[in-house]
Design a protein around this ligand. Structure first.
Ligand code: GCU
Length: 475
């Protein structure tokens, strides 16, 4: 767990069937429909240009009126987003008319050149659907015919579901004993994703990607990773405070918890950035006064310092935050890149025996499953019985956020965290080239973000594990 942190994400298959029983209304669903499985009039299924999903794509005949028609299912009546994935190797706009259930909903929708027949992009149309069966037809409107069409994605998500989002169900969180508890005082486990460093990958944290995280992955929480150095906060405090704030608002609008990560890393002594941290968290606390869905992580990965130094930092900073925000749980990093000291040859006992003198706080643990084996797992397990633990960062690969995945070891960690209700956020929700970034390179230039096709193997794996029913007891 040293060096620059890089994290990851998950997969989706028929997500709409994975209902979360404790969430009330659940109108969230996105599904892919391949063109090669649809009804084709005046076109052929081909597979001679790479990059398509499924088994091929439809090559429209070059004339007005050629079309593909999909039969799709909507979970309920209401708004839906249609996303067509296509390639157009010419420079001409191959405009198409989009009809839903026989009614024109998109006149001459642009399908402009993508640069090559092997370069696939998306075009999006907002429509209304009826509950149950619907048809979607895309008809060539020019003599050139349509582009090559790979698939249609139908997203009937559409944001928060009143009474049903993780925040609606759980409300204000607080630490109770060694657990994180919801507004009913019941222990819960939150599962979600960490962003990559916002100075590099804020483009991956947008309305569409957050819709996917909320509605397709069914994540409970987003860790907003704001580096302090390396081109982060210290270079422009106002800009980064505004950026974090706007992401908090987007996460809130989708009913998820927002974990604000003060991503100090190098220098490893948290005191180096104490004055900045006071300014930043005070600004965030004041601006988001009244929100019930926040958590603050005040020291990402201390290194090269004793636990006593981290503890004194926390005891100086926490009262300042509490002056503006008495309620939000605060997460404190641990020695040696938040390894509970293990990466320095220590153990969790230094924290257990010398806890931070403050209330409503937790301690963080980070691991990378291909680097950190039983010694780390056992330390986390022992610690979680004595002090409140939150895994704010982990990867299925090595501590560099790259390399091969160890899914076997990762699953052991996930089983432990489920059993002890240790909440987690996985590194990272970006399209960085490393194996731990859930999206394939280039995805953040326009999506789509739903389903498994945009994901690397680690993303497919973690998405499946974010996307299982939550257990949020309400009585
Ligand atoms: C080329 C290309 C086809 C495409 C066609 C077109 O033949 O290989 O995939 O459909 O042009 O202009 O429509």
């Amino acid at each position: 767990m040293r060096g620059r942190r890089l994290s990851l994400i998950l997969p989706a298959i028929l997500v709409s069937t994975l209902a979360q029983p404790t969430l009330a209304a659940e109108p969230r669903a996105a599904a892919d429909y391949q063109a090669e499985n649809a009804t084709v009039s005046q076109g052929v299924v081909e597979s001679n240009h790479t990059g398509y999903s499924g088994t091929g794509f439809v090559n429209y005949d070059n004339l007005v009126g050629s079309y593909v028609e999909w039969s799709v299912t909507a979970a309920q009546a209401g708004p839906a987003t249609l996303t067509f994935r296509f390639a157009n190797g010419t420079t001409a706009n191959r405009a198409m008319d989009i009809a839903v259930n026989g009614s024109l909903v998109g006149d001459d929708v642009a399908f402009t050149g993508t640069g090559a027949w092997t370069t696939w992009q998306t075009a999006t149309v907002s429509v209304n659907m009826v509950a149950g069966a619907n048809t979607v037809r895309a008809t060539a409107a020019t003599a050139n015919g349509g582009p090559n069409v790979d698939r249609l994605t139908v997203d009937t998500g559409g944001g928060p579901t009143p009474d049903g989002t993780p925040v609606e169900v759980n409300g204000q969180l607080s630490v109770c004993g060694v657990k994180l508890c919801n507004q009913y005082g019941n222990p819960i486990q939150l599962r979600g994703m960490s962003t990559h460093g916002l100075q590099w990958y804020s483009q991956c944290v947008n309305d569409a990607s957050l819709n996917a995280l909320a509605n397709d992955w069914h994540a409970d929480i987003v860790r907003i990773s704001m580096y302090v150095q390396e081109g982060g906060y210290e270079t422009d405090p106002q800009r980064f405070t505004d950026l974090v704030s706007s992401i908090i608002d987007k996460v809130t609008a989708r009913g998820m918890y927002a974990l604000v990560d003060w991503h100090m890393l190098d220098p490893g002594d948290p005191h180096y950035n104490l004055a900045r941290a006071k300014t930043f968290f005070t600004a965030i606390a004041q601006r988001h006064n009244g929100k019930k869905n926040l958590l603050y992580e005040i020291a990402n990965e201390p290194s090269g310092v004793a636990w006593s130094r981290i503890r004194s930092y926390a005891e100086e900073l926490i009262p300042v935050i509490r002056a503006s925000d008495p309620e939000t749980p605060i997460l404190v990093g641990t020695r040696a890149w938040s390894s509970l000291g293990v990466s320095d040859g220590a153990t969790e006992t230094e924290v257990v025996n010398n806890p931070v003198r403050a209330s409503n706080i937790m301690y963080t643990f980070h691991f990378y499953a291909a680097s950190h084996g039983d010694e780390y797992l056992n330390a986390l397990s022992r610690a979680a019985d004595r002090i409140p633990m939150f895994v704010t960062e982990f990867g299925t690969q090595t501590y560099t956020g790259d390399g091969g995945n160890n899914f076997t070891m990762s699953q052991r960690y996930l089983d432990l965290m489920a059993a002890k209700k240790i909440s987690w956020t996985n590194w990272n929700f970006s399209d960085d080239f490393r194996s731990g970034a859930v999206f394939k390179e280039g995805v953040c230039s326009g999506g789509p973000y739903t389903g498994t096709s945009p994901l690397k193997p680690a993303g497919v794996w973690i998405r499946a594990r974010v996307n299982t029913p939550d257990d949020f007891p309400t009585d």
